[in-house]
Design a protein around this ligand. Structure first.
Ligand SMILES: CC(C)(COP(=O)(O)OP(=O)(O)OC[C@H]1O[C@@H](n2cnc3c(N)ncnc32)[C@H](O)[C@@H]1OP(=O)(O)O)[C@@H](O)C(=O)NCCC(=O)NCCS
Length: 143
């Protein structure tokens, strides 16, 4: 089941995030800020009454035609079950509803599993960009 983010989810999301390679564990106030400001475009996947995956995203405030995925993770033992595909699907539906034309994100080039995943579900590799001192791959999907 996919549902929007609730404030009570934050601790559990941090526990999931800790178990996701490549993801940076943020300080709690960052997750809280997403809940406070962007909860309509942040989702959790729930299985057996536990959070098994999450997506934090938002509409770009400077360019509302584009929606940005900040963070996406699924518990290792629940992967390859289309949970991330479902989370992205919900996010894309919300972005379309808000008249966005595209969804995008960046990831480190060494995260080849995530790059393969995104390409598999229709994202295009738009090349490398420099972001806070590190080169990252820009991935984008037209809606
Ligand atoms: C990337 C990630 C979110 C994918 O989650 P998931 O729920 O396993 O993905 P899905 O089951 O929806 O995958 C859909 C398709 O993407 C592709 N795919 C997903 N993970 C893959 C992997 N590790 N290697 C190759 N292809 C992969 C497959 O084609 C898969 O379909 P299939 O299982 O029928 O072959 C998950 O591996 C993860 O949490 N990784 C660690 C955190 C991370 O890197 N997040 C992204 C940061 S931008």
């Amino acid at each position: 089941m996919i549902r929007t983010l609730a404030e009570r989810d934050i601790e559990e999301i941090m526990a999931v995030s800790k178990r996701c390679e490549h993801l940076t564990l943020e300080r709690p106030s960052i997750y809280w800020t997403f809940w406070e400001l962007f909860r309509d475009t942040c989702y959790v996947a729930v299985g057996d009454k536990q959070i098994i995956g999450f997506l934090f995203g938002t509409i770009n405030q400077h360019d509302p035609t584009r929606a940005f995925i900040y963070n996406l993770g699924v518990l290792p033992e629940r992967r390859r079950g289309k949970i991330a595909t479902a989370l992205i699907g919900r996010f894309c539906d919300a972005a379309k509803h808000r008249k966005c034309k595209a969804v995008y994100l960046t990831t480190l080039p060494e995260n080849t599993e995530a790059i393969t995943f995104y390409q598999q579900i229709g994202f295009k590799n738009r090349g490398m960009i420099e972001k806070v001192g590190r080169k990252r791959v820009l991935l984008e999907k037209d809606l």
